[in-house]
Design a protein around this ligand. Structure first.
Ligand code: ADP
Ligand code: MG
Length: 487
């Protein structure tokens, strides 16, 4: 057998750190009362502050700080209880002040980590270097007029946080898992909609390579503005291959900022370090340092919901369900809330879980709605489940007739409704006996065949009796009754 040639890529290791921008979902902007909503007509959400009219002063939106703290706590960061804003100075048409208000050397959160789960089953901690607060810039539009560039300042001043990881990432899989975990967290904590298509979550990937087994970092390149999980992986894989080619070809990596072309799947240079801007950061004199009191911090901490990983672990140990099933609850707070409201009413917790991930999910999918829009209250669902578990109604009739009826009939309890609609299982032995006789009389040859050992025909009898009983019989009990008669 020929020896397989070792690819040059396998002798190098990828090293990466991400800078993740998250747009916070506050109603108003970070330093003004202008609406921060997405999708308004151009320049609708602007006032003196967004326009940077002379003399306009910023006033900090407290909710922005609270949301940054929540995400910092979820990422196991220390909260800098005194931190401040800096000016990052540069000139651009979509930045009317001539500087962006951001945080440089004293960000709000530092020194955290996030544990991620990889596809091979292992877990890994990725360090979080810092999280800082900043404002977004406006948007220049170059393709709507032949002679002019247009500018839309709706986005100017929309609050962002930037999460900067340590260079702990070693593969494109780790990068995309990290990003998807962060998206889950920001949604779970209600700090952002995490929508990558609309740019609420976007990231820059810093990438370098080094020979396997060495510890020194190589020179890095930064790929800007990756706006989907897939593009993060593609850009990283491409850039890794490119850098390996440069190095093995005897070249050197030049520290630079790169664009990613999503059509071609390639990176191309924007600027090198020599051309990099000097932003002349300094503390913004228009804004007081932020002081986070112990009591406010404690209040935010105590209001934190359980995090998805904790919920998932708890559900696995408490109810013995699979990781995939637990994830359904951990990643959908509405489903979790529904579950918790139904719990006190249901007799068997495991049944409730099975119903929510089985029949109820199927009903919601068919209707194309979310659990929050389901017209059956958690208590009513729990009552229906109890009826099924107590063999008072079949699961099929409960899902196909009782629950749909309960969506509109709210005045009765579930049991009353099942009674009124005549859906309960017939435990009237005489009635069932009558049906059985009827069926057995209908099939004398098959009865004969059964007695001679052809046990397969039993299904035919059960099916027919079930039809006569309009499905309202417990299949197991029916089986027993028929067997009895056949003796
Ligand atoms: P700067 O302030 O110059 O942007 P930072 O130290 O803040 O530099 O790093 C920016 C990002 O680059 C961080 O996510 C960090 O983890 C990552 N990074 C730093 N050095 C490297 C390297 N050699 N290779 C890959 N990523 C790196
Ligand atoms: Mg940076």
């Amino acid at each position: 057998m020929p020896l397989q040639e070792k690819s040059p890529q396998s002798s190098f290791e990828l090293v990466s750190g991400l800078e993740i921008h998250v747009q916070l979902n506050t109603n108003t902007k970070i330093f003004s009362a202008d609406s921060a909503s997405f999708g308004a007509l151009p320049n609708q959400n602007i006032s003196a502050v967004s326009l940077a009219l002379p003399g306009a002063l910023p006033k900090l939106n407290k909710e922005v700080v609270a949301k940054a703290i929540r995400i910092g706590l979820a990422l196991n960061c220390s909260i800098n209880q005194i931190n401040h804003f800096d000016r990052k100075n540069y000139f651009y048409a979509d930045l009317p002040k001539g500087y962006q208000i951001t945080q440089d050397n004293q960000p709000i959160c530092v020194n955290g980590y996030l544990e991620i789960q990889l596809s091979n089953g292992s877990t890994k901690k990725i360090g979080i270097n810092r999280i800082h607060l900043e404002e977004d810039a406006g948007k220049s539009i170059h393709d709507q007029d032949d002679n002019y560039s247009l500018v839309d300042l709706n986005r100017a001043g929309v609050p962002l946080i930037e999460i900067v990881t340590e260079p702990d990432i070693r593969s494109s899989e780790e990068a995309s898992v990290l990003l998807s975990e962060i998206r889950k967290l920001v949604r779970h904590l209600n700090v952002s909609d995490g929508n990558m298509e609309e740019g609420s979550l976007r990231c820059d990937a810093n990438i370098s390579i080094r020979p396997q087994g060495t510890s020194e970092f190589g020179t890095r390149c930064e790929v800007k503005n990756l706006n989907s999980m897939r593009n993060v992986r593609r850009a990283m894989d491409f850039e890794f291959g490119r850098q390996v080619e440069v190095i093995t070809g005897g070249g050197k990596i030049i520290q630079s900022t790169l664009n990613f072309d999503a059509d071609k799947g390639t990176t191309s240079p924007m600027r090198t370090k020599e051309e990099a801007n000097d932003y002349r950061y300094f503390a913004d004199p228009d804004l007081q340092p932020i002081q986070i009191s112990d009591s406010w911090l404690a209040k935010i901490k105590s209001a934190m919901p359980a995090l998805p990983n904790e919920i998932s672990k708890q559900m696995i140990t408490e109810f013995g369900i699979s990781k995939a099933d637990a994830a359904l609850f951990a990643e959908d707070l509405d489903l979790l809330a529904y579950f918790n409201q139904a719990l006190p009413v249901v007799n068997t917790k495991k049944s409730l879980i099975n119903w929510l991930i089985g029949p109820v999910r199927a009903i919601l999918n068919e209707k194309g709605i979310a659990i929050a829009d389901y017209k059956i209250t958690p208590a009513h669902l729990a009552e229906a489940i109890n009826l099924v578990d107590d063999k008072k109604i079949t699961q099929q009739i409960a899902t196909q007739q009782l629950l749909p009826a309960a969506e509109t009939e709210k005045s009765k309890s579930i049991a009353e409704l099942a009674q009124a609609l005549n859906l309960l299982i017939t435990d009237n032995g005489a009635e069932l006996g009558g049906f059985i006789d009827e069926v057995l009389n209908k099939y004398p040859q098959q009865v004969d065949a059964y007695k001679k050992g052809k046990k397969g025909v039993l299904g035919l009898f059960v099916g027919d009796v079930m039809k006569l009983a309009k499905g309202k019989a417990d299949a197991k009990k029916l089986n027993e009754l028929i067997l009895e008669k056949l003796k």
